[in-house]
Design a protein around this ligand. Structure first.
Ligand code: IFM
Length: 467
């Protein structure tokens, strides 16, 4: 048994997102987000599930914060809902602002550090054109300013966007997420405007709060060729690394879209949306990079019927081709998988963090945080609702060891946020997949910490894990 001890100030937390847990979608002035309208489209979400009630966190927030405190969580990453705070793209909504203000007070009252994410996909449905409209980026800044005005006296750590790859390519090209479009030009336009929104908001928040910790969260993959000696497989890996990782990392850290990505995506309209000065704004210095890691990909450029995309429960196809790619396919490697079929690959997290540190964040003096990592597992509650999820315990433990390895190799990783605090609305999968370390009984809304929650509580207390 080895003990993996983390640096003294390492932050142990859990993460959620507004639309996935809050419910109360039509209460106290909140109005539709693009996810509310998407959920109403027949076949868009598994079982026709929606966010109307979710975990009812909007009404149960004080109890949820008390539960976090009982679990010894030191930090909580949550998102504020633009649709609750400025519904209909009009007046700001005092009741919406008040909810987040009360949440922050409750957290601080329990000694829990708040990390705010300003955008976790629930764009007000009233925004014309969504993220394909450049104006949305400027509206985002107004919203960010308002959130800072409301919470800035108590919140020090802010991230602008969560996983812009999902809110652009997965949403506008793959059709898997709201608004469910399948147009590559729209995806490129959305990606650029999201990045612009990030840069503009970061610059404005920096003016308002010179000492705040500002950043963005990206979901990242580790793209490996299936056969490292095959040129087509190596090229497939390069393309995916470009279209998934570098298309966001390079503009933020280097002020330019990567040349090979522009070449791969020629004809998708970058030249129509990128205006002079945009990249300077997008590369406004940040202090932290949030990394969401779930698994890597083994890529091949050789078409084969063996690797056909799998059908999602909502009838759509997963593994939609990455935008900008020639034919590429992520190939199963025979690794154990989660309940969503995602391969479990902890060593990928070590490689990802050290790579990011060496190539991007280290030279810029930017800290890394793992802002999401976790697994959907086929939970089986006992008669008391307790889930002995040893599979999730192993997942989290192995990934924590991977983070520890990265730190040992020099990566400046300052914290780990398990996804997720509790079972919640898993987007196109509805409530079918469970990621929580706390079980939610959706009939009664009773919360029951799983074995993984108790494991994580002990790891946070000990500032380390043993394996
Ligand atoms: O549930 C999501 C979360 O909203 C964003 N990152 C990935 C999680 C699991 O799919």
């Amino acid at each position: 048994m080895t003990t993996y001890q983390f640096p003294p100030s390492f932050l142990w937390g859990s993460a959620t997102a507004a639309f996935q847990i809050e419910g109360a979608t039509q209460e106290d002035g909140r109005r539709d987000s693009i996810w509310d309208t998407f959920c109403r489209e027949p076949g868009a979400v598994f079982g026709g599930h929606d966010g109307t009630t979710a975990c009812d966190h909007y009404h149960r927030m004080p109890g949820d914060v008390a539960m976090m405190a009982d679990l010894g969580l030191q930090a909580y990453r949550f998102s504020t809902s633009w649709s609750r705070v400025r519904p209909d793209d009009a007046e700001f909504n005092p009741a919406g602002l008040d909810f987040y203000s009360r949440l922050v007070d409750e957290l601080l009252g329990h000694g829990i550090t708040p990390l705010v994410t300003l955008y976790h996909w629930d764009l007000p449905a009233a925004m014309p054109g969504g993220w394909t409209n450049r104006d949305t980026a400027y509206r985002f800044v107004e919203y960010a300013e308002k959130m800072y005005e409301t919470l800035g006296d108590r919140v020090d750590i802010w991230t602008t966007l969560n996983e812009p790859w999902c809110s652009s390519f997965l949403s506008y090209a793959c059709g898997e997420h709201a608004p469910g479009h399948t147009d590559r030009r729209e995806a490129v336009s959305a990606a650029h405007h999201l990045l612009l929104a990030h840069g503009l908001a970061t610059a404005r928040l920096r003016e308002l709060a010179p000492d705040a910790t500002l950043g963005i969260t990206l979901n990242q993959t580790v793209a490996d060729p299936v056969d490292p000696s095959s040129e087509t497989d190596c090229d497939a890996a390069r393309r995916v690394d470009g279209a998934f990782n570098r298309v966001f990392l390079d503009p933020i850290f280097r002020g330019a879209y990567p040349a090979d990505v522009l070449e791969d995506m020629a004809g998708f309209g970058f030249e129509d949306v990128v205006r002079p000065g945009d990249l300077e704004v997008i590369s406004t210095p940040i202090d932290l990079l949030g990394v969401n890691y779930y698994h890597g990909d083994a890529l091949t450029g050789t078409p084969s019927d063996d690797y056909a995309p799998t059908e999602l429960p909502n009838g759509r196809l997963s593994g939609s081709p990455y935008v900008g790619s020639e034919w590429v396919q992520s190939v199963p490697r025979g690794l154990p998988v989660t309940d969503q079929g995602w391969e479990i690959q902890p060593e990928g997290l070590t490689r990802l963090l050290t790579h990011l540190h060496e190539e991007y964040t280290g030279p810029a003096g930017v800290a890394l945080y793992v802002t999401e990592n976790g697994a959907a597992m086929p939970d089986e509650p006992d008669e008391n609702g307790f889930v002995d999820d040893q599979d999730r315990v192993s997942f989290v433990r192995d990934h924590l060891v991977a983070v520890h390895d990265a730190i040992r190799q020099g990566a400046d990783v300052r914290g780990y946020f398990v996804w997720s605090l509790m079972d919640n609305f898993e987007w196109a999968w509805g409530y079918e997949k469970r990621f929580g370390i706390v079980r939610v009984d959706y009939d009664t809304q009773v919360r029951t910490p799983k074995a993984s929650a108790l494991f994580f509580r002990d790891a946070a207390r000990d500032n380390g894990v043993r394996r």
